[in-house]
Design a protein around this ligand. Structure first.
Ligand code: SF4
Ligand code: SF4
Length: 472
């Protein structure tokens, strides 16, 4: 008996050669792409006046442990803003996905933005879809080597520009770019640029739609956020197929009336919607995991419908509810409103927190070895470490004092008053001394106060800690 054949779990990749298309969604995608590229590539070069600090508008200064974002300076202790920002991005994604499905992938995702440009360059060098298919099938010759080589060279140039630009966010861009090309930049700059060049080239040039289909986790869980009202790109099967299915434009199937009489639908089976799809799927087979909701197939079908003088919308953004009953999708529904409410609260809290950033920090921690010292004059002494950080754009004088300890003395030597440069942080030793009988053998809360010089017109900052007293 012949052995049963092993089922194959591996399907080789089918090359995809997306055709160009014109239309409102393609224009929207080009507009967003120009905006995203403009921001990404130009931002490190934007200069910004500050009283002290670098004149780069956006700079992530790892050595100085400060992130400059226009007028905002973010310190390590503000890292919870990052958590807030991530939460806002997550809920924004849930919100947008709940309303319009996977549009983030189709319009804003880096993978899509870079793949779009790489496909554009491929088309520029190798020609439209039929020419690219022919080129891929023909044997290697000089013309093919030149065209394919030039395409990969352009891809590598854009990938390198992407990697280098990323590096420029982490140093003063004009200096760093000179250092980079004269071999004087830090090793991390070369390693990062090389890594990003390689990943951009592979992801946007070689892997392309496979990143969206197999590698992206969002592709896997986004359907959990879909419901009957979520907008998805879909094919109007009833209109497209009629009673007898789709049919090409034949001799007696040229007008809608002729087609209706013959029982066939409005889909002329031209395949344009499939040819423009960057993930190579046929939207007429229903929603598929590969669909990134880019709506290029909508533009393609609209183009065909316009050329025939028929109504647009055979392929369109629609919802399951519309498809089932013809009712319009409900945008405002509890789930979407819930996401929106969380978003509004999170954005408001973050904005409030950023707007109320303290001009300077004060932290006090007790030195517990030893936990207290008995002085020769009978007093108890506790030691503390005081940290201050000037977040303002100018020098700041701070005077330290003690509150809440009757008869207590704050000893900071000659550092009872300090002047910090903009961005400077200081770590100081402090000792508090007091007579134990005042406390009846119990530890006592105390407050160290840092008061800015009157000219700074800033309120004092207080930090509460404890004063340990040995049990009597
Ligand atoms: S099916 Fe249409 S919307 Fe989905 S990825 Fe392809 S072209 Fe874009
Ligand atoms: S572009 Fe429109 S008419 Fe052409 S195959 Fe696709 S759905 Fe049918």
């Amino acid at each position: 008996m012949p052995e049963a054949e092993e089922p194959q779990l591996y399907a080789p990749r089918q090359s995809i050669f997306p055709r160009s298309v014109k239309g409102r969604f393609r224009r929207l995608k080009w507009g967003l792409l120009a905006l995203a590229y403009g921001v990404y590539f130009l931002l490190p070069w934007l200069r910004w006046h500050r009283e002290s600090g670098p004149d780069q508008a956006v700079l992530f200064d790892l050595v100085g442990r400060k992130f400059y974002l226009f007028d905002l300076v973010v310190y390590p202790q503000d890292i919870f803003w990052l958590a807030g920002l991530l939460m806002i991005f997550a809920y924004l994604l849930f919100f947008v996905t709940g309303i319009a499905g996977r549009v983030f992938c189709g319009y804003f995702c880096f993978q899509t933005l870079w793949t779009d440009v790489f496909i554009f360059m491929e088309r520029l060098i190798q020609g439209e879809r039929p020419a690219r298919i022919r080129l891929s099938k023909q044997p290697w010759n000089l013309a093919k080597i030149v065209k394919v080589g030039l395409t990969h060279l352009l891809w590598l140039l854009v990938a390198f520009a992407t990697g280098l630009t990323f590096v420029l966010y982490w140093g003063n861009a004009p200096d760093l770019v000179v250092e980079f090309f004269t071999g004087k930049a830090p090793f991390a700059a070369y390693a990062t640029a090389a890594f990003l060049t390689a990943t951009t080239y592979v992801m946007a040039g070689i892997a392309r739609e496979q990143v969206c289909t197999y590698m992206c986790p969002y592709a896997r869980f986004q359907s959990a956020m879909f419901d009957r009202d979520t907008l998805i790109v879909s094919y109007d099967e009833a209109r497209g197929e009629g009673k007898k299915g789709r049919a090409k434009l034949g001799r007696d199937l040229k007008t809608e009336e002729q087609r209706e009489a013959a029982g066939v639908g409005d889909c002329i089976d031209c395949g344009y919607c499939v040819q423009v799809c960057p993930t190579g799927i046929d939207i007429r087979n229903g929603l598929q995991i590969q669909c990134i909701s880019c709506a290029l197939c909508v533009d393609a079908c609209d183009t065909i419908m316009d050329s025939l003088g028929w109504e647009r919308g055979l392929v369109a953004y629609s919802s399951q509810r519309e498809e089932e009953g013809g009712e319009k999708a409900r945008l405002l529904r509890p789930k979407v409103l819930g996401y929106a409410a969380v978003l509004v609260v999170a954005v408001s809290l973050l904005a409030w927190s950023v707007g109320h950033q303290a001009p300077f920090d004060l932290t006090v921690s007790q030195v517990r070895q030893p936990i207290f010292t008995l002085l020769s004059d009978g007093r108890i002494e506790n030691a503390y470490e005081v940290k201050v950080n000037n977040k303002t754009n100018h020098s700041l004088g701070l005077a330290f004092s003690l509150e809440g300890l009757p008869g207590g003395e704050l000893d900071m030597g000659r550092f009872r008053h300090v002047v910090l440069r903009s961005g400077q942080r200081l770590r100081l030793s402090a000792r508090i001394k007091a007579r134990p009988k005042v406390f009846d053998g119990k530890t006592h809360p105390v407050t160290i106060v840092a008061t800015p010089d009157p000219g700074a017109k800033l309120p004092p900052l207080k930090h509460e800690t404890v004063f340990y007293v040995p049990a009597s």
